[in-house]
Structure formats: structure tokens, C-alpha cells
Design a protein around this ligand. Sequence first.
Ligand code: DX5
Ligand code: ZN
Length: 228
Amino acid sequence: MSVLIAPSILSADFAALGDAIAAAERGGADLIHVDVMDGHFVPNITIGAPVVKSIRRVVKVPLDVHLMITDPDKYIDEFAEAGAAMISVHVEVLPHLHRTVHAIKALGAKAGVVLNPSTPVAALTEIAGDVDYVLVMSVNPGFGGQTFIPRSESKVREVRALLDRAGNSAAVEIDGGIDTKNVGRVVSAGARIIVAGSAVFHGPDPERATRELKAAALAGLPSAAVPR
Ligand code: DX5
Ligand code: ZN
């Protein structure tokens, strides 16, 4: 796998989501990342399945839905039905994570598990063979525009090593504070799905920002893996 760029619409203008998504796609977005927040698990409230359903009609690339909610089991079928191709859930809220991961797969979506910055990689030990991807949070979830937590880089390496030991080629995704300056380092560490909100949508030209982020991400790949 090369590197996939997943612009997060959290930092886009919600009154013009279709335009924001189209610009990111023109710039080479491989996925669109959708941040669902409930005001309980995280302090912020964002959007739900009806918005996913609406943007599904206009988006060309798969939707990567990140559930920052206390009870994802109650909602995963709704998000899958709304058009989520990928659904990730936080290990911190799920005592029966194995059941949830397999429920997501049974709905036809890719199943991801997410680690908060303070959650140890060891929390994944028993589930590492079952997941389709692992999302390493490089900020505390809840808001866009926060500063990358440097420890996340070595955490990506640890997650990659754990997945490799489990014989699972699942991708490592990273989310929070990613920009053209640090993306090369996290890709070198093993991240292959890159989420970026403010780096893409806070400037005047999301298309160009996506293109530049992708170029910087590809530069972090081991040279043999760079596509020609
Ligand atoms: C944070 C969200 C992120 C957010 C990233 O809780 O999960 O996806 O949109 O935004 P930036 O890239 O601005 O840190
Ligand atoms: Zn996210």
C-alpha cells in the first residue's frame, strides 16, 4: 500500500461541504474522513448518520467514519447503511471490542480501532489479528487545529510492529496535528492513512493543500515503495 490521504471535513465550512469535498478530491484525496462526536466521549458535538448519507451522494472516494462516541454499538449499523466504507471505534469505550469489530465487518465496512494518546498499544494485543486498520490519535480527540503530540511517532512504530507480529498487514492511520512538516516522519514510522483537517481546509486552497500534503507524505516512504 502507498499512502492514502484522508482530509477531515471537521475543519471545512459545513455550509458548503460538497464544495470542500470536491476540492480535496481534485487535490488527490483518497478518502474523506468524517468525525462523529457526541458531547460525551469528547467535549464537542458534530454530525451524525444523516450528514454521512447526504455527502455519500456527492463523494467519489470512500468515507472513513471516526466514531468519537460513548456507545458506538448502537449506531454502527446506521453509519454503515448511510454509506461509511470504513468505521473506526475507540478501544476506551468498548468492553466487547472483538464483538464490535466483527459487527462492523458483518455490515460490509472496514473495521478500525482507535487509541487515544494516553491509551497503551498493549490494549490492542488481543485484537491485532482482527482489525482492518488501527488509528493512532496524535492529539486528544474532540477538536481540529491542535498540536501534534511528538510521542505519537514512536507509537505508530509500536502499532506497526504489533500488527506485523500478528501477521496482519492492516494499515496504521494517524489523526491530529498533521501537516506538510511532520507527515514525512509519521509515514517513515509506518503510517499509511493520513488524516488532516486544518492543514487542508483552513487555508485558501484545499485542492493545493491536499496535493502538497500527499507529496510530502510520499516523500516519507522508503524509496523503493514510491510509486513511479
Ligand atoms: C480530532 C479529529 C480529527 C481532526 C483533525 O478529534 O479526530 O480528525 O479533524 O484535525 P487537525 O488535522 O486540524 O488536527
Ligand atoms: Zn478523526
